[in-house]
Design a protein around this ligand. Structure first.
Ligand SMILES: *Cc1c(COP(=O)(O)O)cnc(C)c1O
Length: 387
């Protein structure tokens, strides 16, 4: 087993109790817990509407369908993200167009690269708040408005992250969250769509449940005896067990994000003393407003990333990679003409990025173990180089 695992979702008695109460209630899907979760999550973001769904991918797919993406429409996305961001564009019938990141200091999509990627077919900009660090939304908003484009946030990493202008999920036209097990709040599988736009919200609600005009709850409570299908919808509903679990997690989110931030600050302090390593988002509004989903280092060019990760593994420290560049993954090479050299800053950072363990309850002692492990990993390389 790992001395320091990458993450630990640490579910407690309250989560168990919440799920058991749902089982005792006999109402298993889209009921009181789902409604309460939506209200509570909307409050967190300062958004008018929140719609709970089956996953972060479902949230992205619904958001893209709701803004009316049609075959041939281009959606600008980052490549330094989880593949679901781009996959969702494909499933909505659009074409993802990749834009580069800011650089080693800023792993978010670069607004200038976004503007340069706009064509007559562009319909939307889909940004990702990498690692919980908010993108430059005021600048992206101005670009979107200037070109008449929709602005979507993939906020899978960013529940509770904020800029002075507002919380992630309420900064674009629509926000998409994931409650997958390794995210800042989880219910196993789940997601959320947020928006201030009542029409968009109504479309998302409709498509979430088959395009049906009434819900099972309406029929159960005698408010309706039949239904119409007004759109060819999907089943992206969340169930009550997950909604209840997510509500408990949401109640702890602010406190747990603050703990992540303290751990991230300890990493930053430690990494500052190690030659050959850097951490992105060192300062500015993205740093200040981050919910610290990912703490990672970038190795200086020339260092051996595999050897670095192997050395940490031998010390019992688990690491990860956020992310292999999407445009260079097999399907994107085959079908979207993904090629090396097209996104130089993304490709360079992706090859040198290593994600460190980070989770509430990890404690300063485990951070110190990781920092010692990184020192050893770098020292081994410099010795090997000299030999
Ligand atoms: C996790 C994640 C998703 C997908 O969420 P699921 O709930 O796993 O479908 C999308 N985008 C990003 C950036 C993610 O990290």
């Amino acid at each position: 087993m790992w001395k320091v695992p990458l993450f630990d979702c640490s579910l407690g008695a309250e989560e168990k109790q919440a799920v058991l109460e749902v089982l005792d209630s006999g109402w298993l899907t889209m009921g009181a817990n789902t409604r309460a979760l939506e209200e509570e999550f909307a409050r967190l973001c300062g958004a008018r509407q929140a719609i709970a769904v089956a996953s972060g991918t479902a949230a992205l797919h619904l958001a893209l369908l709701a803004i009316g993406i049609e075959p041939g429409d281009e959606v600008i996305v980052p490549s330094l993200t989880f593949s679901a961001t781009a996959n969702a564009v494909i499933h909505a019938g659009g074409r993802p167009v990749f834009a580069d990141i800011g650089g080693d200091h800023d792993l978010n999509i670069d607004p200038e690269a976004v503007e340069a990627a706009i064509t007559t077919r562009t319909r939307a900009i889909l940004v990702v708040h990498y690692g919980g660090y908010p993108c430059d939304m005021p600048v992206l908003r101005r670009i979107a408005d200037r070109h008449g484009l929709r602005l979507i946030e993939d906020a899978a990493h960013a529940p509770g992250a904020r800029l002075p202008e507002g919380a992630c999920g309420a900064l674009g036209d629509v926000g998409c969250f994931s409650f997958y097990s390794n995210k800042n709040m989880t219910c196993g599988e789940g997601g959320m769509v947020t928006t201030d736009d009542e029409a968009l919200a109504a479309t998302v609600r409709l498509l979430r449940s088959h395009g049906m005009t009434t819900s099972a709850l309406d029929r159960h409570q005698g408010r309706s005896s039949s239904y119409e299908i007004v759109a060819a919808g999907l089943n992206y509903r969340i169930d009550e067990m997950r909604a209840a679990l997510a509500r408990v997690q949401l109640g702890r989110l602010v406190e747990r994000n603050a703990e992540r931030k303290r751990l991230d600050a300890l990493y930053r302090e430690g990494v500052a003393g190690i030659d050959g390593l850097g951490m992105p988002f060192a300062s500015g509004p993205a740093h200040d407003g981050s919910c610290c989903h990912v703490s990672g280092v970038l190795l200086d060019p020339g260092l051996d990333v595999e050897a670095f990760r192997t050395s940490l593994r031998e010390d019992g420290i688990q690491t990860s990679h956020h992310y292999p560049a999407v445009h260079l993954l097999h399907w994107y090479r085959e079908h979207m003409d993904g090629r090396e050299g097209t996104l130089p800053r993304t490709e360079s950072a992706s090859l040198r990025q290593v994600t460190l363990p980070l989770y509430p309850g990890m404690g300063a002692d485990r951070v110190a173990l990781v920092i010692d492990g990184m020192k050893r990993a770098i020292a081994r390389q410099t010795v090997a180089e000299r030999a």
